[in-house]
Design a protein around this ligand. Structure first.
Ligand code: OOG
Ligand code: MG
Length: 253
């Protein structure tokens, strides 16, 4: 029998120690993979972290092409993953971190199960440009869909720019990711499922499949609009968003 707790512990310890582990030798079912994810995040919560929301994964063609997995996933976000905007991320705390620009939502109402885009809109309190730092705990960033789900969809950290009113039209905003001032990835929020609101609708539906739901106050990362970029210590990363400003951080040692 597969010991889900043991896999969760292995992945949790890999994240805490910044030491990669081998890809899982058994292919978990989707349900099992989400259960391992839940158990591994439970360990973070036991260590003092607080749940702050979720991240969506693989919601754009650019990301699907980069990781070779074409199924949407979601992972859990905790306050321990937050990095202040214009703050510093310690490179040594991660295995092979990459940055990717995303649109973030903060909810004022719960969202559960099958909801319409209109209902999803009505639940948004504010919207922001953000950067997710992903860091697969697997060697060489290689995984199957279920491995990645168990590994909290590679989520490692996030930086959120200034929150804006939900009335900003965020359906097709230009986005660029810069390293030391050079644009290295260019995209649009429309790359996220044609419109990022669809990612929020999908989040509520996919969470319901696992008996979970979005709560008022939750933050939702809608998934990267572009491929992710590896982080190098000593560089300055900035994501710029039309109408939403920017999110930035320094990569420290
Ligand atoms: C999986 C996580 C994908 C996104 O924004 O699409 C993701 C990965 O690339 O490791 O965070
Ligand atoms: Mg992401």
């Amino acid at each position: 029998m597969t010991d889900f707790n043991a896999i969760a512990a292995r992945l949790h310890n890999a994240a805490m120690s910044a030491e990669a582990v081998a890809q899982l030798d058994v292919e978990l079912s989707t349900g099992e993979a989400y259960e391992v994810q839940r158990l591994s995040i439970e360990r973070r919560i036991a260590g003092g972290d607080r749940r702050i929301g979720i991240k969506m994964g693989l919601t754009s063609k650019a990301k699907i092409a980069q990781v070779g997995v074409d199924q949407m996933s979601w992972g859990r976000l905790t306050d321990g993953m937050l990095i202040d905007d214009a703050g510093t991320l310690a490179r040594s705390r991660y295995i092979h971190p990459r940055a990717e620009p995303e649109i973030a939502f903060r909810l004022k109402r719960p969202l559960e199960g099958r909801v319409t885009a209109l209902e999803a809109y009505a639940a948004i309190e504010s919207v922001a440009g953000a950067i997710e730092i992903i860091d697969s705990r697997y060697k060489d960033f290689k995984f199957r869909f279920s491995d990645s789900v168990a590994d909290n969809a590679s989520s490692a950290a996030l930086v959120i720019g200034a929150w804006h009113s939900a009335s900003v039209d965020f359906g097709n905003l230009g986005i660029s990711l810069e390293v030391d001032g050079d644009p290295v990835e260019i995209g649009s929020s429309a790359a996220i499922m044609g419109h990022p609101i669809r990612s929020l609708v999908a989040a509520a539906r996919l969470m319901a499949e696992r008996g979970d739901s979005l709560e008022a106050g939750d933050i939702v990362l809608s998934g990267s609009a572009t491929a992710a970029r590896p982080l190098v210590a000593g560089t300055y990363v900035r994501a710029r968003f039309e109408a939403l400003g920017q999110a930035t951080f320094m990569v420290g040692e």
